[in-house]
Design a protein around this ligand. Sequence first.
Ligand SMILES: NC(=O)c1ccc[n+]([C@@H]2O[C@H](COP(=O)([O-])OP(=O)(O)OC[C@H]3O[C@@H](n4cnc5c(N)ncnc54)[C@H](OP(=O)(O)O)[C@@H]3O)[C@@H](O)[C@H]2O)c1
Length: 256
Amino acid sequence: MPEQKSTGRRAAFVTGASYGIGEATALALARDGFDVAVSATRLENLSTVVTKLEAIGTRVAPVALDLRAQSSIEQATAQVISALGRVDVLVNNAGVTLRRLALEITAAEWDAVIQTNLTGTFFMTQQVARHLVESGRPGCVINIASTHGLVGLATRSAYGISKAAIIHMTRMLAIEWADHGIRVNAIAPGRVETGSPARAASLADPKYREAMLNRVPLHRFCTSEEVAGAACYLASPLAATITGQTLILDGGLTSY
Ligand SMILES: NC(=O)c1ccc[n+]([C@@H]2O[C@H](COP(=O)([O-])OP(=O)(O)OC[C@H]3O[C@@H](n4cnc5c(N)ncnc54)[C@H](OP(=O)(O)O)[C@@H]3O)[C@@H](O)[C@H]2O)c1
């Protein structure tokens, strides 16, 4: 199809932007000139990122979103479009992790991971893609996957399986939506040192930290800002021919 040009001020929707990678990505996209919508399961969790976004001078739309509920996905998308008038870039960052031996995972734990990281992410993407197709504008979806979706690691099966599926969803939707000018890509970070309350605890254990670092050829973790930089690149016109790809930010971990 002929290349479509998007006019006007563009808007990005970053899910799960209360901490870490989501917050850094929302701020980076705002600095790149996007109006930015941000979500968390509870609106009050967004107060810090909203203050930071307002300081940049961008138009901000904070919304509550629970990816486990279709009604919440539809409502959040409608709120974002109503507040910002459009969505050009969707960053599917919201996700939950689970560190549990496969022999011990319960059905409820499995469902929580798959519903949030896979099912909810798919239908979130569908909502924004429908908006883009209806508006006739090109767009861009960026899925935050993980190296756990590429290589195996004990205790990460449910999480890794959900991220592997997201990586393949990226390819499937890239093909199906190419004719609409919608690019779909993923970023697969290795361990990211985000300072997020949910994940900081494990890295505080020096033995665990050293064990994780020893698996990484470059012997360093990724930062939230580095993931945000990759997302900004994928959202930019410089990435106009990139679709269906997974950009791996892992210090060489998956290159062994
Ligand atoms: N940190 C890492 O080492 C790492 C490595 C590779 C990939 N990743 C991926 O990167 C993404 C962000 O990770 P992070 O560590 O920066 O995040 P995080 O601190 O764990 O925050 C996750 C975000 O997702 C939101 N969220 C949780 N459950 C949700 C649900 N059911 N519906 C909608 N939103 C929900 C949270 O909202 P609330 O504030 O309301 O809880 C929060 O904003 C995730 O997809 C993760 O799998 C992380």
